[in-house]
Design a protein around this ligand. Sequence first.
Ligand SMILES: Nc1ncnc2c1ncn2[C@@H]1O[C@H](COP(=O)(O)OP(=O)(O)OP(=O)(O)O)[C@@H](O)[C@H]1O
Length: 364
Amino acid sequence: MQLTQLSISHFRNLETIALEPAAGINIIGGENGSGKTSILEAIYSLGFGRSFRTHQSRQVVQDEKDAFTLFARVQSSSMDRDDQLKVGFRRQRNGDTEIRINGENERKFSALARLMPVQLITPEGVALVTEGPKLRRQFMDWGLFHVEQSYYPNWLTFSRLLKQRNALLKQRVYDSQGGAVWDKQLAEAGEAVTAARRNYLNGLNSQLNSYCQTFLPQYEFEFKLLQGWFDELSLSAALGEKLELDKRQGFTSVGPNKAEWQIRADGIDARERLSRGQLKLLVAALRLVQSADYFSHRGEPCVILVDDLPAELDSENQQKFCDALVQSGSQVFVTAIHQEELKSRFQSTEARLFHVEHGTIKND
Ligand SMILES: Nc1ncnc2c1ncn2[C@@H]1O[C@H](COP(=O)(O)OP(=O)(O)OP(=O)(O)O)[C@@H](O)[C@H]1O
């Protein structure tokens, strides 16, 4: 998937900009506060329906404006050259959103997300490994949403039944409202979600080591799913075993909702073992591995967004990372204060430069 045209209006400090990105590397340069990251944030929002910096729409809508608008033309390898999808959405300060795909209104964001597989690599992205399990669940769910057709319906069923169960537990009416009747379906959907997650991580495991051979050759990595309940039990049995506890606590304490994964470097939790710069390389490798997996399933690459590439990476690793971006075959958007310096790292590839000044853009 590739963006051939992008228009952004009233998004952060970006008044109205339009750009025609290259199919390969796009370097977005400019001073601090010029609006570079805001461009990445806009592209990310097309793929995720939200910003990666805030959950509050009013922070993203430009000051003194009512709404922002994002629009893109998208080319997919399965389409003719002249045949492009037109996608976009408009969001008001209060969060009200109108989604458009090829001139038609669309109700669900998932329809747009499916057309816009976007990966983000930022210095803060290291939280994927260092922070709580939610981000790691989202990592698996993103990958499966895009590569495994049956996953999303199972995930939706599980999430809906879990919400319902938690409401019954919280209101202390689990028994009187027949909560147990729904547990069977909850367990079935939860087992399906978990089987898909295990399969997915197993598939990524070998690719992870081959990527890490480039970035962190000194370690052997292992990716492990912690499914969210005791491995020896079925989910149904685990729910039964914890039912009294769940009733007392007022929420469900076991299941895929508690799942996460761990990365071990030479048998030790990577968080304990790797330096900050190495963790950053690991997370970049994870994003590239996920992109490569998407490519192998879908026959075309994701869009990759990279904010502040040089931060904390030494010169050799910056070069390795740039080479890996080129090899990914993806359309890449990378921000830099010194864009000529970064351009020299993509020597063998033609990189398109965009220069941002006070929320406006010009092609160099
Ligand atoms: N809702 C808003 N309306 C108008 N301006 C905003 C809004 N939100 C943020 N800004 C401003 O937008 C500017 C652009 O921020 P952005 O993070 O995109 O800059 P950047 O070029 O990536 O900078 P840096 O190199 O420092 O990371 C900032 O000066 C910020 O104060």
